[in-house]
Design a protein around this ligand. Structure first.
Ligand code: GDP
Ligand code: MN
Length: 391
């Protein structure tokens, strides 16, 4: 579960991590009173959406007076915001964070995550703050410094020095102290709240030499929410992927991925294996979709609808094992679902299990344009070829 910046900053503040003074704005007519409470001008007005890259999408505005502030609010509040991380339609901004403007001298990246290879919480620090850390990792991996943390000992003070003294320009004594103290607090906050990600990008040193968290990203491990009832209440369903909300309502297990091959599979294990063979064939899945072991025609129809609502999808791979559900029954279900939905991309089907020959025949003899694959490898190759053909 992701927190909004303003929510994460409240937790930062309680933990003693310095953040700019700010107030949340949810309606235009409150702007006057909010500006009275926030030191400035200049102010910074920030769209509160979960998608990153808000700066690039115009969701972060530095304003020099009340007039400019009002303009920014009129342009942002209850309007869609498009960032490199949203779809082309963007996401509606329901809340703005109004903060005091800060005089930035240097921007750093500071984050905590769980490193899967090292299997432990790891702090990441980089002098290339303000940019997307994935980009920094690609272009200048030498500018990313990591400190894995042994959970038995917790964060050790020498680890902060390890990170800070990697900087080519080591800041002055009091700034080093503030950076070290922020790192320790970030580690504690990460562990105490069962985070999977905690990110400050940028963590800045102001022209006055103090350290401030200018941005805040926190993701809480969903599996730990049962012991953080207060955090669970901070969930904002308006921010969820609309396709994931649709899938949840239909009891389908759906996760959006980055590729362009829609995949519909029954059973989570088979779905994982399907993702693997798609990648092995040199293509990328657009989603993980598990319709469940006992998928009904209705669920398959819903599955199609959800995949087709995703405009990135160039081809669909249906990979079904007919166990409890017989393949012939399933083939008819797929056929009915396909007729109900306007499918305008190639469909590749791989069936296996009870009554598989009959199931294949039903599909092959239908007037719909299915490509029926003999096995998973062939299915993956066919679907990858379809996507490559489209360029
Ligand atoms: P993101 O694009 O969603 O990550 O939003 P950020 O909160 O990181 O803001 C993007 C950029 O806006 C930052 O990297 C800063 O360069 C700039 N910015 C944010 N707050 C301030 C501020 O108070 N003063 C100045 N001068 N720039 C700011
Ligand atoms: Mn940021």
């Amino acid at each position: 579960m992701k927190l909004h910046e303003y929510q994460a900053k409240e937790l930062f503040q309680k933990a003693g991590i310095p953040v700019p003074k700010g107030r949340l704005l949810t309606s235009r007519d409150k702007l006057g009173s909010v500006l009275e409470e926030v030191p400035g001008p200049p102010w910074v007005i920030k769209a509160q959406v979960h998608a990153g890259g808000r700066g690039k999408g115009g969701g972060v505005r530095l304003v020099k007076g009340q007039g400019e502030a009002a303009e920014a609010v009129a342009e942002l509040l209850e309007k869609p915001l498009v960032t490199p991380q949203t779809t082309a339609e963007g996401v509606i901004v329901h809340q703005l964070l109004v903060e005091e403007g800060v005089d930035i001298d240097k921007e750093f990246y500071l984050g905590m995550t769980v490193d899967r290879k090292l299997a432990c919480p790891t702090m990441i620090f980089s002098p290339s703050g303000g940019m997307e850390i994935e980009e920094v990792a690609k272009q200048s991996p030498d500018l990313i410094f990591k400190e894995p943390v042994n959970p038995a000992t917790g964060w050790m003070p020498y680890q902060a020095r390890n990170l800070i003294y990697k900087l080519s320009q080591v800041p002055g004594g009091s700034t080093v102290k503030e950076l070290s103290s922020t790192m320790k607090k970030i580690y504690d906050l990460f562990v105490a709240n069962d985070c999977s990600l905690l990110e400050i990008n940028p963590l800045v040193i102001t022209k006055q030499g103090s350290v401030i968290a200018l941005d805040a990203k926190m993701t809480i491990d969903d599996n730990a929410l049962y012991r953080h009832k207060d955090l669970a209440q901070l969930d904002d369903p308006r921010e969820k992927d609309p396709l994931e909300v649709l899938a949840e309502a239909a009891s389908l297990n759906y996760i959006r991925l980055n590729g362009n091959i829609g995949a519909m599979v029954n059973g989570a294990g088979l779905a994982m294996a399907t993702m693997d063979v798609i990648k092995l064939a040199g293509a990328e899945p657009a989603n993980f979709l598990d319709v469940g072991g006992g998928a009904s025609e209705e669920m398959i129809t819903k599955g199609f609808e959800i995949i087709l609502k995703d405009e990135r999808v160039r081809a669909i791979l249906i990979n079904i094992f007919g166990g409890i559900l017989r393949c012939d029954v399933l083939a008819r279900g797929v056929l009915e679902a396909a007729k109900k939905t306007d499918i305008d991309v190639p469909l590749i089907v791989r069936l296996e299990g009870t009554n598989v020959e009959e199931g294949r025949k039903i599909l092959e003899e239908s007037d719909l344009d299915f490509l029926v694959a003999r096995d998973m490898a062939e299915a993956a190759e066919l679907v990858a070829k379809e996507v490559k053909r489209q360029g």
